[in-house]
Design a protein around this ligand. Structure first.
Ligand SMILES: [Zn+2]
Length: 299
């Protein structure tokens, strides 16, 4: 069974023709989500010709059968390519308000990430996957040498160094796009196959991965010159360095596991589809970080 990358409607395996018809039909009906998806990923003047089926097949075709490269390429095109996501663009020359908007929304994403990884641990029997997810979750939940060195803690200290109390972040509420995206990630993790949950959650940390520069990304999460700015407090720099530190980057291992199990379980199409839906949700969450940063301007 494969799924529509926009609304998750199910089709038979390898039935790209039915998916093409579904996308053509929703396009003709002017369904905003499907129209937006088509314009984003398969821009064409005419979706009714035979060329569309070929373009759709090309879009989903794996380079050398490699799911990992396919996900990396799609992620780069969407967030880190020639036209980067506006949040990434803003991070190249960040302002204080941007760090705070980032934190105020990302805090809730991180909470969901712990839940999603834990769902995967509970729902799979694969030891390699359980170990992988645990290695993501445990640094967030356990002290090292009696100290909390989690990403969460570093981020809250960053906010305090910028004059915003941790209570304001922890007890705040995310904006509607983040709430909506978190609901989707939770629903996938709770109800869909654990491998689809991996495709949704274990792909998004690619935004912090320095490896993508070697795969064609034009941008890192932030320009490294940002760390030379004297106005930026040390606690901000500590957080920024932590999140892109290659020692903390587990994305390559996650993509390898996804590719291996997707092949074994014959679930490549499902992982592709869920990854694409999750990337859309992530896009909206990143927009919310920008919107939120405006609320911190002048503070
Ligand atoms: Zn659909």
């Amino acid at each position: 069974m494969s799924k529509c990358p926009v609304c998750a409607e199910s089709f038979r395996k390898n039935d790209l023709e039915s998916l093409a018809k579904h996308l053509q039909m929703t396009n003709e009906r002017n369904d905003a989500a499907h129209v937006g998806w088509l314009r984003e990923y398969i821009p064409m003047d005419n979706y009714n010709g035979g060329a569309f089926s070929t373009a759709l097949a090309d879009f989903f075709a794996l380079p050398d059968g490699d799911l990992k490269s396919w996900i990396e390429k799609r992620f780069i095109d969407r967030f880190l390519g020639d036209t980067p996501h506006p949040f990434i663009e803003a991070m190249q020359k960040p302002k204080k308000s941007l760090f705070l908007g980032f934190a105020a929304e990302y805090f809730f994403y991180m909470k969901q990430r712990i839940k999603s990884c834990s769902y995967i641990i509970a729902r799979t029997d694969k030891y390699d996957v359980q170990r992988y997810e645990a290695q993501i979750v445990m640094p967030e939940l356990q002290d090292v040498d009696g100290k909390d060195r989690s990403q969460r803690e570093l981020m809250l200290r960053m906010c305090e160094s910028l004059g915003v109390s941790r209570d304001l972040i922890v007890n705040g509420a995310p904006l509607p796009p983040t709430i909506h995206s978190i609901k989707m990630w939770n629903q996938i993790s709770e109800s869909d196959h654990w491998l689809e949950a991996m495709g949704a959650i274990n792909t998004l940390d690619l935004l912090h991965s320095r490896v993508l520069k070697e795969r064609g990304a034009k941008y890192d999460l932030y320009h490294k010159g940002v760390l030379d700015n004297e106005w930026i407090p040390d606690q901000v720099k500590v957080f920024l360095q932590y999140i892109v530190d290659p020692k903390n980057d587990r994305t390559a291992e996650g993509l390898d596991l996804m590719a291996k199990h997707a092949k074994e379980l014959n679930m490549v199409e499902e992982v592709q589809s869920t990854f694409l839906r999750s990337a859309d949700a992530f896009d909206r969450h990143l927009q919310a970080r920008l919107t939120r940063s405006k609320q911190f301007e002048g503070k």
